[in-house]
Design a protein around this ligand. Structure first.
Ligand SMILES: [Zn+2]
Length: 130
């Protein structure tokens, strides 16, 4: 996908691409699966519906899937571009609003680590510690 597209080019791109959700799940060599990619509107921060987040996916290595595309927020009538990398360890990189790469972990992994922390606390309590 071209960077610095005009609004017309961006809209044309959006019309010509399938929903990103149709490109999932993506399977990695280690057996893991990436199941979804979500994007937020740059203006209102609302989640863009799957059907309106369109683009393409490439696989530069067996461990990474690169997602790029454009999301349409119908409330704001605004197009937001997306660039993301999904790794086979479930971490995800994305470009934030200032153009910097950030790393994130999707919900299920976070929930799992919260659960592990909670179990550790329970374990400590049962052992009489704090
Ligand atoms: Zn919006």
């Amino acid at each position: 996908m071209k960077r610095n597209m005009s609004v017309d080019e961006a809209y044309e791109y959006w019309c010509s691409k399938p929903p990103i959700s149709s490109l999932f799940p993506v399977r990695f060599e280690n057996g893991r699966e990436g199941t979804e990619y979500k994007g937020c509107c740059l203006k209102c921060d609302g989640i863009i519906p799957d059907d309106d987040l369109r683009g393409e996916m490439s696989r530069p290595t067996a461990h990474v899937a690169v997602v790029e595309g454009i999301g349409l927020c119908r409330d704001c009538k605004m197009l937001t571009p997306f660039f993301g990398r999904i790794r086979d360890d479930f971490s995800m990189d994305y470009i934030d609003q200032q153009g910097r790469w950030q790393r994130a972990f999707p919900e299920p992994e976070r929930q799992k680590s919260l659960l592990v922390n909670m179990l550790k606390k329970v374990d400590r309590l049962l052992r009489g510690g704090r």
